[in-house]
Write a protein of this length. Sequence first.
Length: 370
Amino acid sequence: MVLRPLKRASLASDQFPGAILDSLTEAVIVVDGDGLVHYANLSAEQFFGVGRARLVGHPLRQFIPDDTPLFSLLEQVMASGGAVAESGVTLSSPRIGSHFCALRLAPIVETEGLVSISLVEQSMARNIDRQMSHRSAARSVSALAAMLAHEVKNPLSGIRGAAQLLEQSVPDSERELTNLICEETDRIVALVDRMEAFADGRPIERGPLNIHQVLNHVRRLSQNGFGKGVRFIETYDPSLPDVVGDRDQLIQVFLNLVKNACEVPGEGEREIELSTAYRHGLRLAVPGQQARVNLPLVVSVRDNGRGVPDELRSHLFDAFVTNKPTGTGLGLALVAKIVNDHGGAVEYDSEPGRTTFRVMLPLQPQQPMP
């Protein structure tokens, strides 16, 4: 292993068991107080997306912005001489993309001025936390919907009937008030009807589905309605096997996601990309089954709008969370419930000009040969 000679600090090759460090799955780099990289293992090459020769001898600031917490932690280590650690840090730049990770910085003993930095990806843990949050939100809305359907709809029918009877005996000048009662009653009933979808406890009628046929149906519906004038891009993997699910419910999932994408404010030509891919993802339990399944089928809905507002990000899939003037905040909550019922997971990434929702679903199990 060759390390570039530096004036402030040196590191003999026999002090670093390179083979051991290269076998680690976490990215490890060694820097000095100015952020100049002295060493990088193989995982660091993958993390930063460049070869070791492009890392060693170059400032870390070429890859990570100055305002990232990593540099403040480095200053803390240089000042105190002790190790520090921080979880849930997002390192993001055009060169390396976006990484959600845990950082640990420690001074190297007997080598003054050098600090080791380990970077551990936490994306999978964040996905699991999000999925558990979505499931909790869906259960809460289901209980609320069941209560509303029983306790609210019947009294509302009585109120509307009374308003219609009253309308027959009041002068024309006051019928506007009875009409208002009927209209508002109908609006509340419609909202409760939408929420009743959460209280449907019937098991899903699962079957093998071609997900591309589902997406094509959603695109046609969108282009003939709320998506007029939006440019649709389809990037499909034609080799995907079938997904297991309920066709109508999955249409509802992707219709809600596409509708949200169409309604997000943006500048210039509106564009929505529907894409599919196969990759190994989360392992979660399918409702009603003990076995845990892979979710390698990923369906993405990307738009070029302004992105998700910061104040909504932490609870975007909760019920009644919306920034639309006429929205009810039930669309994404219903998406979370249906995907959860299918044993899948849903996540999103958002920045101005690019927001992507990803739905990860199980595949149709292979049938045994006769």
